[in-house]
Write a protein that binds this ligand. Structure first.
Ligand code: NAD
Ligand code: DAU
Length: 371
């Protein structure tokens, strides 16, 4: 039995991880610490909130004393660190929060873990683990013909977001080498699925189609991302926690590369099919082009490129596959179909998110369409 402290558990991947973990290991205890920034949402945890093995604490990971107190009060043995500023576009317009949370926040957690687990050893926990959730973006960008990123690929982050994640990865590594903290790090590719904040490409496209709003494609739309269904990320972290070697990095990915424009066209087709097969959708979303038998792809609009936009990410997960027996359970076809269905069935969730300050932020991001 484990007692987990999950940072950022009210965000997209953190919440999916909490759902996964409590379903998989119902005897375990899960404590979430989350600052509830614009990306954190208690609605993401509504289905576990009454579970007696679940505790939510609103707090900032930069508050080392609070983290120490939680590690002690609950005799936590496993810390799974998701909390971060996670959106590349926001890191370009406002890097401060990324430095604060991603670098100083991770440092604060490491300090607390070292004090409680290594220096004082007063919680009776003999086998601790600090698992750090990182990204493939720390490896930089690939050309169309480069081999995919392995755990040996040199770090070359290109955005303030990925640089802040790279810095946090290095701190985690250093706490293992210098102090002997039991750490693991996973570097995952782009996730998609339920509770994905609608500033990110896939949920943005789905919700814009329903509002009949432009689908903004940065640059030429030929940038490539390697998409993984979010529960398969949670499963990968589970394997790293239970079978991974301390001090190691593990890549997690689904071998599923898509050019942005192709993924957007695929979602348009799926949405049009949903409207064609379910007449109730036209009444629910009357603004959508598909409600009038129109073509959602007509909303595609090329806009100015993201500054420093990485061209291609691709994960080589051979080490994780061979060493931990990892294979994603969801195909892209099943994963994206489930995701579209989730957004169609959870209008209240995304409407509440989109009615907030996010909407104003998003509006400011759109430049005039490129010629
Ligand atoms: P998210 O933005 O949806 O959620 C982040 C969560 O962290 C939110 O609940 C937010 O309130 C919380 N948070 C932010 N600052 C905090 C602070 N100072 N103290 C406490 N909580 C704070 O992010 P996500 O997409 O779920 O990503 C989770 C982690 O996974 C991040 O570390 C990210 O770098 C990594 N990751 C994301 C992806 C992806 O495709 N989204 C892929 C690979 C890795
Ligand atoms: O690779 C893992 C990373 O994936 C995570 O570390 C990040 O936290 C996560 O946000 C994600 O980063 P991306 O920048 O790849 O995701 P995003 O959804 O913002 O964009 C995906 C691609 O789509 C990217 O090439 C930019 C492009 N894009 C995005 C938006 C929001 C568009 O063309 N138009 C858009 O409106």
């Amino acid at each position: 039995m484990k007692t987990l402290l999950v940072t950022g558990g009210a965000g997209f991947i953190g919440a999916n991880f909490v759902h996964y973990w409590l379903a998989q290991y119902p005897q375990d205890k899960v404590i979430v610490i989350d600052a509830l920034t614009y990306a954190g949402n208690m609605a993401n945890l509504a289905t576990v909130n009454s579970n007696p093995n679940f505790t939510f604490v609103q707090g900032d990971i930069c508050n080392t004393a609070l983290v120490e107190q939680l590690l002690r009060a609950h005799s936590v043995d496993t810390l799974v660190h998701f909390a971060a500023e996670s959106h590349v576009d926001r890191s370009i317009t406002g890097p401060d929060a990324f430095i604060e949370t991603n670098i100083l926040g991770t440092y604060s957690l490491l300090k607390a873990a070292k004090i409680v687990w290594l220096d004082n050893k007063d919680t009776g926990v003999s086998n601790h683990r600090f698992h750090h959730v990182s990204t493939d973006e720390v490896y930089g960008t690939l050309s169309a013909t480069d081999p995919a990123f392995t755990e040996e690929t040199a770090y070359a982050p290109n955005s303030p977001y990925s640089a802040s994640k790279a810095a946090s990865d290095h701190l985690v590594r250093a706490y293992h080498h210098t102090y002997g903290l039991n750490v693991t790090t996973s570097n995952c590719s782009n996730n998609y699925g339920p509770y994905h904040f609608p500033e990110k490409l896939i949920p943005l496209v789905i919700t814009h189609i329903l509002h009949n709003e432009a689908l903004p494609i940065y640059g030429d739309g030929q940038q490539i991302r390697d998409w993984l269904y979010v529960t398969d990320h949670a499963y990968g972290i589970d394997l790293v926690l239970n079978k991974g070697r301390v001090g190691e990095n593990y890549n997690i990915g689904g071998n599923n590369e898509w050019a942005n424009i192709d993924i957007v066209k695929t979602i348009c087709t799926l949405m049009d099919q949903q409207f064609a097969s379910n007449s109730a959708l036209a009444a629910q979303f009357p603004k959508a082009a598909a409600a009038q038998k129109g073509d959602s792809a007509s909303l595609i609009t090329y806009v100015k490129d993201r500054p420093g936009h990485d061209r291609r990410y691709a994960i080589d997960a051979t080490k994780t596959n061979n060493e931990l027996g990892y294979q994603p359970k969801e195909s892209f076809e099943t994963g994206i179909t489930k995701t579209v269905a989730w957004y169609l069935n959870n209008e209240a969730w995304w409407r509440a998110v989109m009615d907030g300050s996010y909407k104003d932020w998003l509006q400011k991001q759109y430049d005039a369409p490129a010629s």
